[in-house]
Design a protein around this ligand. Structure first.
Ligand code: C5P
Length: 217
């Protein structure tokens, strides 16, 4: 129960950005990594709050789950759940959302072979948590990089003002969105540590070990 008395806030899964009543723009995040992290925090006695995008996963034992759909809803819900001691942003938040949501289903127009959608940036939840008046003591982000992983992940430490970035080692066998396994490297200002490839539950426990150490230091 080494995280007893600690509030750990986790965001997980994709966000869906609606175009009209029947269509959306989304991404392939399964939510498994974030759910495993919330489960690991609860097992250690934390008050674990999980803000989940649309996923098909069971709520882990001892976790308080709040379901959301869009990036805007996730932003409002995560900020509304502060204060927390730790925030882990493991969600694959859509970077862009349609400027307008059509009130009725968008129809094919005779003679028009193309459709242009105007998209606008979504709020950066991680950066907003990291600069919030009620900033958690520890803010951890995720990064899915394909090249120059260390350079890009370390850049995010500063651009988003976070304490650590867990970078998915994309391309490692068995890792990634839908998989039960993952491989991460955690970067912080004082060092880095490679975790896995291993089941996401094992990686989540190793991440919790890291978080406990950082909270104690
Ligand atoms: O900048 P990039 O999207 O690669 O950063 C990824 C990290 O930022 C993840 O932790 C993700 O949850 C978070 N993020 C966010 N809000 C956004 C976009 C990304 O919190 N709109």
């Amino acid at each position: 129960m080494s995280l007893a008395g600690t509030r750990v806030l986790v965001s997980a899964g994709p966000t869906y950005e609606d175009l009209d009543p029947v269509r959306f723009i989304g991404n392939r995040s399964s939510g498994k990594m974030g759910f495993a992290i919330a489960a690991a925090a609860a097992r250690r006695g934390a008050d674990a709050v999980l803000v989940a995008g649309p996923v098909h996963l069971k709520t882990p034992d001892g976790v308080r789950r709040i379901d959301v759909r869009s990036a805007a809803q996730m932003h409002a819900t995560v900020l509304g759940a502060l204060p927390a001691d730790v925030y882990i942003g493991a969600a694959a938040v859509a970077d862009f959302t349609p400027r307008n949501v059509a009130p009725a289903k968008i129809k094919k127009q005779p003679g028009h072979d193309t459709l242009t959608l105007e998209l606008v940036r979504t709020p950066d939840i991680l950066a907003d948590v990291a600069t919030h008046l009620r900033r958690p003591r520890l803010v951890v982000g995720f990064a899915a990089e394909t090249d120059d992983v260390a350079h890009n992940a370390r850049g995010k430490l500063d651009s988003k003002r976070v304490d650590a970035i867990a970078a998915n080692r994309v391309g490692v066998a068995g890792s990634g969105f839908e998989s039960d396994d993952n491989a991460l490297t955690i970067y912080w200002r004082g060092g880095e540590i490679a975790l896995g490839p291993a089941p996401k539950t094992t990686i989540a426990d190793a991440l919790m070990d890291f978080i406990e150490e950082r909270l104690a230091s």
